[in-house]
Design a protein. Structure first.
Length: 226
């Protein structure tokens, strides 16, 4: 039996393999999106989860965000109770109300380049990262347009309590689901990233504070897509 390749279409097989490889690469890249544009903390620019574009949806009155608070008997619920022991004014409901306000304020302030507002809500390290993103956007002569149409839900995902020299540090991870129009425009007004369609974003924000220090408030310490 002849095993030579004299009459076998090797070039066609190689082309087929290259085409298959390109299709797989395209499928892994297309459809990714950017959230709070190039700034995250622990921070990377975020093009990871594919957006859910809410098109053809009729205009509806904005509804209150749904709060998901772990039950008292769970590990996270017990840690929330520990925070309340150190700070009797703390309640998960009130905390999520504050997180909802902070989310809308920070997203809007970052888009507008309003550093004064960002200082109110961010830890120094996160503020520095956000300022760097604003500066990079300005140097590129780009503008960001972000419109939070609705905040759908906020869920407490995890809690960490750590003793420190300055006091007891608490960190709470909150998953925030929102509908936004978010895009970056170049100096000609053409989109660079994002879309002007209403898109669902899922973010995981970490808020931190020192529980036994007077004047300490919850501040954003990390943000990433989830």
């Amino acid at each position: 039996m002849d095993f030579s390749l004299g009459h076998f279409p090797v070039d066609l097989v190689l082309l087929a393999l290259v085409a298959a490889f390109l299709v797989l690469r395209l499928r892994s890249v297309l459809g990714k999106r950017v959230g709070i544009q190039p700034v995250q903390v622990k921070l990377q620019v975020r093009p990871d989860a594919a957006p859910r574009v809410v098109e053809g949806k009729p205009e509806q009155a904005e509804t209150a965000a749904e709060f998901d608070i772990p039950a008292p008997g769970t590990r996270v619920g017990t840690l929330l109770a520990d925070i309340r022991q150190k700070d009797p004014s703390f309640t998960p409901q009130q905390f999520l109300n504050g997180a909802q306000i902070a989310f809308a304020q920070v997203v809007g302030a970052y888009a507008q380049g309003n550093v004064d507002v960002l200082k109110t809500y961010l830890t120094p390290a996160v503020l520095a990262a956000f300022e760097a993103g604003i500066t990079a956007r300005t140097n590129a002569e780009e503008t960001q347009r972000t419109d939070v149409k609705a905040i759908r839900s906020l869920a407490i995902e995890d809690v960490r309590i750590s003793p420190m020299e300055a006091g007891t540090a608490a960190a709470i991870d909150v998953r925030i689901v929102s509908d936004q129009i978010s895009l970056v425009l170049n100096k000609e007004g053409q989109p660079v990233t994002g879309t002007d369609a209403v898109t669902e974003f899922s973010d995981l924000w970490t808020f931190e504070r020192l529980l036994d220090v007077n004047g300490s408030t919850w501040r954003l310490a990390a943000a990433r897509s989830a």
